[in-house]
Design a binder for this molecule. Sequence first.
Ligand code: SF4
Length: 256
Amino acid sequence: MERLSFSALADFWACPRLYHYRHELELPVPARDRSARREGTQLHEQLHLHALGHTPPLAHSTEPEQAARWQAYLQAIAPYQGWESHSEWACLVPLKLSGLNTQASEPAPEPAKTLWLYGRIDRLYVKADRLVLLDFKTGKGTPLKLLELQLDFYAWLLWQAQSQLAPHQQTPSAQPFTQIQAQAICLTEELSGPICERTLTAEKLPELSSRFESLLTSLLSPGPHDVPEPRSVNGKPWCTMCEYQRLCPEGSYHAE
Ligand code: SF4
C-alpha cells in the first residue's frame, strides 16, 4: 500500500531533491536539532491529555514560557466550548490518480493508482455543518507558504474523510460540512494565537483538488526526483534552511 504523509508531500513541494534525499535515499539528516522536536512532541502529548479530560503538568507550570503556552492554548480552544471534539485524530484517505506517465515517450498512461493519504490532526471541533481544525505550533520558524499548504492539505483531506469523522453525518438528517476552517496556532511565549488561517468551501474544492492531484501526480511519476528545484521563501531559496544544505551541491553554493 502506497502511503503518503503531509511531511513527505511538503518535502517534495519544497524541493524534489530534498524529497529524494530524505524519502528515496533515506539519508540521515546531518546535525539535526532533535531537542526542539522532542519538546514539541511532549507539548502535544500534554494537550492531548487535556482533551481527554486530564489536567496536564503544563497547567501548573510556573515557568513563564510554559505558562504562556498554556494560556495561549486555552485561548485558542475557548470559542469551541461545547462542540464535539477529536484530539490527535488520524485519517487515511484513498485517492485514485491516473495518467501517471507524463513523459511524451510513454504513449499509454498507467491504470489509475491508489495512493493512501495519511494525516494526524492535532484537534478538531465539529458543530452541525461546520468543522474547525487546529494545528498547534511550538516553534516559530515555519514559513507562511508552508503553513498555508499544510492547512489546505488537512482541510482537503478532511473534506474527503467526512464520513469517517462525524457520527452525526451517518443519520438520515445529517448534512455534509459546508465549511472547513483550518488554523495554525502558535504556542510560544513571544508569539501566541492564530498565525495562519484557511477556509475550505465546496466552491474552492475543485481548485484545491486539482492543485494537490497535480503535485501528487508529479511526485509519483517515474523519472528522476533528484532535480534541485528549491522554492523561494521570504526572498531566499529553500536551501538556506534545508537540512541537507551542506551535503547538497546546490545547498553548499548557498551556504555561508
Ligand atoms: S540544499 Fe537546496 S537544492 Fe539541495 S536538497 Fe536542499 S533545498 Fe534542494
